[in-house]
Design a protein around this ligand. Sequence first.
Ligand SMILES: Nc1ncnc2c1ncn2[C@@H]1O[C@H](COP(=O)(O)OP(=O)(O)OP(=O)(O)O)[C@@H](O)[C@H]1O
Length: 243
Amino acid sequence: MSVPGAAAVVLERVTKVYPGGVRALDEVSLTVEREAFVAVVGPSGAGKSTLMQCAAGLDVPTSGRVFVDGVEIGGLDEVWRTEVRRQRVGFVFQAYNLVPSLSVVENITLPLRLAGRVPDRAWLRTLVERVGLAGRLGYRPGELSGGEQQRAAIARALVTRPAVVFADEPTAALDLRTAQDVLGLLRDLVGEFGQTLVMVTHDPAAAARADLALVLADGRIVDAVESPTAVGLAQRLADLEAE
Ligand SMILES: Nc1ncnc2c1ncn2[C@@H]1O[C@H](COP(=O)(O)OP(=O)(O)OP(=O)(O)O)[C@@H](O)[C@H]1O
């Protein structure tokens, strides 16, 4: 079903107008190449979450087209969009969103069970070792630290080997040091496993870990910064907020 050689994510002139008339995205076009780490930054209300929701097939644009792994998801009905998401997209959220009653390993393998797939034992072992949870597989999420919970959520996002992982403010609930560890892990996973990653954040320091930072303001991409720096992005965001 996917198109060989297709980019991980493509948006073509995507507009999202919410009921009530707020134009959260205004003709946004972008391409996320495979194995890239892209950050989406912007002031509060710029449209970052809306962009992620539309790009990941969690919401439908008012107009424009969205392709994930070469498959157009914007035009699919809810059942097919869910199917494409399960097969091709992974998610990491600020609040981890682990199931409290399931063990760590059950949480990590949940996307496979939902997709009706059997775990690849070797990949699962590689992943849990890489995120540092091999000794915690029988624990419940409530028995883990915040950083460990986010590591479990990261393993869960990668377990299906998705075409793209979307991370929405993945370090916002963590202390500075743990946040840096988690960002370092995400960065490393892109390099080691060729995992395409799109991270939404308001934090210039977090965005500076990406290969490319897309700066969003009032529903439009106003800048695409390669090899971004925290200082440069902070200045750009301060300028936008002053406008
Ligand atoms: N479900 C909704 N219904 C109506 N308006 C919405 C809805 N969700 C978001 N909006 C509006 O769309 C605009 C963009 O919101 P969005 O949450 O995408 O921005 P954001 O950049 O993620 O902001 P933040 O950093 O504060 O989370 C805002 O004006 C917001 O009020």
